[in-house]
Design a protein around this ligand. Sequence first.
Ligand code: HEC
Length: 108
Amino acid sequence: MKVIKYLLIGSLFLVATACSNGATEEQIEVADAEKTAMQLYQNNCMSCHGNDLSGRVGPGLQQVGSKMTEEKLIEIITVGSNGMPGYENVLSIEEIGQLAKWLSEKKE
Ligand code: HEC
């Protein structure tokens, strides 16, 4: 009986280490993209859209992904909108793309 117990604990331990070890390259890339987008947001957008995307001068963006496509988001960020500046000359196309992708995932 004791042996079985040890075996069980042993295999649980193995499973646990296998899982904690497993941040795949893809997950790391996703985490990096998220971090970059958040930094871009903080530097360029937060003053108007709030530090938790809940909105201030500009509308809240917490669910903007269920309202707009990634393409539409790129368009708004690039050319701006009423009361919102365009970022054509401020951010690179890649940066605008990263922000748009990140925002397009904001939905509930
Ligand atoms: C000077 C303030 C200001 C800044 C800075 C700003 N925005 Fe805005 N944003 C606004 C306003 C105001 C609107 C509403 C425009 C309208 O009603 O047409 C808006 C609208 C939007 C929308 C459309 C939301 C909706 O529900 O219609 C998105 C998406 C957006 N902003 C993203 C961004 C991103 C991303 C940044 C940073 C790169 C940013 N904004 C920076 C003021 C700002």
